[in-house]
Write a protein that binds this ligand. Structure first.
Ligand code: ADP
Ligand code: MG
Length: 616
């Protein structure tokens, strides 16, 4: 294992040179300040035409951030994003021109309108996925396009909406002062910087991590108490707000909008910018937005071939740079704030005190039957996970052990029977609600977020303890930072307990199986468990790791937690467990202690015969 650790470390160092260095240079506060000051000075030193193109690039950067949140973080595809852009554009145009409102109201208003519509779209969109989601969003974009074209009295129809207060036409004023082109550009620069900061802050908060979790494994997200619906609605709302904001700036930049500005090609454009930049790289998207803004100028000679060139660039980037330009130039994004992490350092806060004060609870399963079509996976199963006990659940493969854990944890609703937690009937509660009650489980196949580090995966477990709101997260307010510090300190304690310290900042997809199992266990420990269910936690572990696991399980019991342990290794179980329940083909054939189980003829016939020949 030490070999693996040092190997990984060596590989990490070998990978350091170019990307890490470039990232450090580009992301350095001094560099960023120079870039922003340079942009603010641009209207004074650059030609008007170039400033105009830069302005389009900034709009495109804001628009791309909208997909960063929805597709990059939350994994939701959208082929109709031009609609939100259009809602922002028409919204701000109407508010300023028709209602005579100030830009200070109309631009935020456009963002709110985008957020509201996206929030509403999230309800039907949450019910479908992949190709169907792509088709639904495409349809949504098409509906918006038709509405913009046909609702002539509101949008001007195909004739378009002209005379929008714009800097170029010198018709834009804020607080009674004329906003000429240069200053409008400066406002846009500041808005873009704010958007990039907010998106970065969100993605390095419990919100960003929760969206990534949902993206990669809904069950993993549910197991730590992340509610699917509300998280997804949040992603849509933020994404709609950013697209609306971009659209509003666009409207005031050009002064004239028509339905053709918001057709499917606009939705594809922003996707191309995001994909070529890297779905999870804001920095890459900045580079790609600049590239695509200035490209048409370079291609002027053969404008007809512009979309062919785009197509070739997209295809090329998908094949050669699956992580986009951002993946090539910059180090991968992180999902815990580096600054907060530095503040915490090695400080650790023991999880024991918290767990002990919550105490173990008992959970009983009463006459549970679970059928899948014609197959009965569990039949009239009753068992109790007693407070402060370790209960082993054993039985041959396919006997229904994982199914029982899935029923208790709320993934399946039992066909018949009930699950009772401390006297309350919790049958049919959703998995994230069960997790919220302290009923937490690991999976037979570890479900981690592959591009997260061990620490980031563990921090997912802390999702429910981190109670700060989205504004705290977006602005990285002290409330969010202190909560993150507290949980990072608890995370350090768990890392030490599981001997994962040296791997804390290694991305899990590069780790061997045993470490991943331990990381999943760690995530569960941070979720404030009272009843733990471990589905074959020792499978694939080395002897050393098994010994550590058994020490950890003993420690959990000493904290007063209740544990349900599914395991095949009898030697592993022998010194650990208080009670044993044996399942065979969905029926309980034995319950009692380990000694009795080993001698039970039915158990020997159904299960232990296998164990002796090493087949189980
Ligand atoms: P174990 O964990 O004891 O190896 P499982 O609980 O995974 O067994 O499976 C018990 C039985 O239920 C198996 O026959 C399995 O094929 C079936 N089963 C489990 N989940 C499903 C499902 N979602 N749909 C259909 N059959 C299932
Ligand atoms: Mg199983």
């Amino acid at each position: 294992m030490t070999d693996v650790t040092s190997n990984t470390a060596a590989r990490a160092v070998a990978a350091l040179p170019f990307r890490e260095r470039l990232t450090r240079i580009v992301m350095h506060p001094v560099t960023l300040t120079v870039i922003v000051l340079g942009l603010l000075a641009a209207p004074a030193v650059m030609g008007n035409a170039n400033v105009q193109i830069l302005a389009f690039a900034l709009v495109s950067i804001i628009f791309a951030q909208s997909l960063f949140v929805l597709t990059g973080l939350a994994g939701q595809i959208s082929l109709g994003h031009a609609a939100f852009f259009g809602i922002g554009a028409y919204g701000s145009a109407l508010l300023t021109k028709s209602l005579g409102l100030s830009l200070l109201v109309s631009v935020p208003g456009a963002a709110v309108a985008g957020a509201l519509v996206a929030f509403l779209l999230s309800f039907p969109a949450g019910r479908v996925r992949e190709v169907y989601l792509a088709m639904m969003t495409l349809g949504f974009g098409q509906i918006f396009f038709e509405v913009a074209r046909e609702w002539t009295s509101l949008t001007g129809g195909v004739g378009g909406f002209s005379g929008i207060p714009s800097a170029g036409l010198r018709t834009l004023s804020v607080l009674g002062m004329k906003l000429e082109e240069g200053n409008f550009f400066r406002v846009l620069v500041i808005a873009t910087v704010c958007v990039l900061l907010v998106v970065r802050n969100l993605s390095q908060s419990r919100f960003g991590r929760a969206l990534c979790a949902l993206h990669h494994s809904e069950f993993a997200a549910g197991s730590v108490g992340i509610a699917r619906g509300s998280s997804r609605q949040f992603a849509y709302a933020v994404s709609g707000a950013l697209a609306g904001l971009a659209g509003a700036f666009y409207a005031h930049l050009v002064g004239y909008i028509g339905p053709d500005s918001f057709g499917v090609s606009r939705s594809i454009d922003v996707l191309v910018v995001s994909i070529v930049g890297g779905m999870l790289s804001s920095a890459g998207q900045v580079v790609s937005a600049l590239f695509f803004a200035f490209l048409p100028q370079r291609l002027q000679g053969f404008a007809e071939y512009q979309y062919i060139v785009y197509g070739v660039i997209l295809a090329f980037s998908l094949i050669v740079l699956p992580k986009g330009v951002g993946g090539l130039l910059f180090s991968p994004p992180r999902f815990v704030r580096p600054g907060v992490l530095r503040e915490v350092g090695d400080r650790s806060e023991d999880i024991a005190t918290q767990a002990a004060s919550q105490g173990g609870e008992s959970l009983s399963v009463r006459d549970v039957t679970m059928r899948f079509g014609g197959l009965t996976a569990l039949e009239k199963v009753s068992l109790e996970i007693k407070a402060g006990h370790i209960t082993a659940l054993v039985g041959p493969n396919g006997s229904g052990k994982s199914t029982l854990v899935n029923v208790i944890s709320g993934i399946y609703r039992p066909t018949e029977g009930s699950v009772v937690l401390d006297g309350r009937d919790v049958t049919g509660m959703a998995d994230y609600q069960m997790a919220a009650q302290g009923v937490v489980r690991t999976f037979q196949d570890p479900r981690l977020i592959p591009h997260f580090t061990v620490r980031e995966n563990l921090m997912l477990g802390a999702h429910r303890s981190l109670r700060y709101g989205w504004i705290d997260a977006a602005l990285s307010l002290p409330r969010a930072r202190s909560a993150e510090r507290r949980e990072l300190a608890r995370c350090n304690a768990v890392l030490t307990l599981l001997e994962l310290d040296s791997l804390a900042d290694v991305v899990v997809e590069s780790l061997p199986y045993g470490h991943r199992r331990m990381a999943e266990l760690g995530r569960m420990l941070l979720a404030g468990p009272r009843i733990l269910m471990l589905d074959e936690p020792a499978a694939g572990l080395t002897e050393v790791e098994m010994a550590r696991l058994s020490a950890v399980v003993m420690r959990l019991k000493a904290m007063g937690l209740s544990v349900l342990l599914i395991e095949h290794h009898m030697d592993f179980l022998a010194n650990l467990v208080d009670d044993v329940v044996v399942l065979d083909s969905g029926h309980i054939i034995y319950r009692g202690d380990m000694e009795g189980m080993r001698k039970d003829p039915e158990v020997i016939a159904a299960y232990l015969g296998d164990e002796v020949t090493g087949h189980a």
